[in-house]
Design a protein around this ligand. Sequence first.
Ligand SMILES: [Fe+2]
Ligand SMILES: [Fe+2]
Length: 409
Amino acid sequence: MDLTLRFRHAMLRRLMNAAGVVALAAPALHGAACGGVVVVEGDNGTGGAGGNADSTSIGTSFPVGSGTNSSGSGCTLTGSAASGGQAQATECIPPINGTCPTQYNATMYIVPSVACSYVVSVDCGPVPQGGSCCYMVTEEGGGCPGRPFIVDDTARSAEAVHAECGWSLGVLAPDTRGLDADVRRALAAAWTGDALLEHASIAAFSRFSLELMAMGAPADLVAAAHQAALDEVRHARICFALAQGYAGAPIGPAAFPFAGSIALSADLASFAAATAREGCIGETLSAIIAAEQLARATDPAVRRALSAIAEDESRHAELAWRTVAWAIERGGEPVRAAVAAVIAGAARYVPSVVVDTAIPPGILGSHGRLDAASARDAMARALDEVVRPCFASLLQVAPRAVVVASAAA
Ligand SMILES: [Fe+2]
Ligand SMILES: [Fe+2]
């Protein structure tokens, strides 16, 4: 079996186990293990009827957007300037199974061409163009891979500085023989970008720990959150070490821009929704992307880095699913509804990956980087095969857990 497929299957089992939905999720696991399309009943109690029309979509029932223009007629592919952090752009994708996805279903496949942005809405399309399916899309920044530190809907991270700053793990040195200066510079920039995101994840887990305490969470969740923050310190050091190895010069983070205060989630529903977005989706995609990178990497230092990161990110994803399951059990329907709203828009939170064209394709994979199309495909598979089935099972099971807990009390 393909290693990355095996990893996704293992992730699905781990996450469903973490969320406490293994028994009722058995059909979904069986479907995935047989290599077929995962079929999960709808989360609205209708038995999955009314799902979307694309044959590649899973059976989970999501609402079809009203007022959509699925034929693409009358859709003019013109962009608009950024406003309030959002901008309209034309995005084109290859046909899926020979046809263009509907306007609604296209959200599952479109990944913005601007780094760290995500799809807010697919405004019209498809418009066939040069063998591709094109759509007008509204996009917004703040969708970087991993667990972001979000402030006012925007991901925040430190700047990189050319100083070691005590953040490099000196034992990890990639083999740079045979790489020219431009390629080394591009690889250094790519790993620096990852390092800054890992560095921001430390802040995200520190805030998450405080929020868990504010919500009255049990000790095991608080302890796991602190452990995860320490994992992110190691990830940041690993990535800065690789960046430094490619650059041949020190690289580290500047002071983190907290700007004086850290806002916490106001209630359990908004906390669960943020955890679903940043942890259940962000960390699950992050683990699966790391596994995809590892499957291609040949450089020993890069492989060592990625195998540690893939395992840790899987555990962080488990923590997020456990936390959301706990929050739904604790808070009941309002929390469940807030989480359901996140999964309905899950495709929005699939980040874009932009690759420097200075890195030749053969070198890209062996040094642990994915090309944009591979990253997009990996994230689409992760959503379809892992995130959505797990959410669907969790949202079905959680209300029963509340009933059981109430009866026992
Ligand atoms: Fe990480
Ligand atoms: Fe993480």
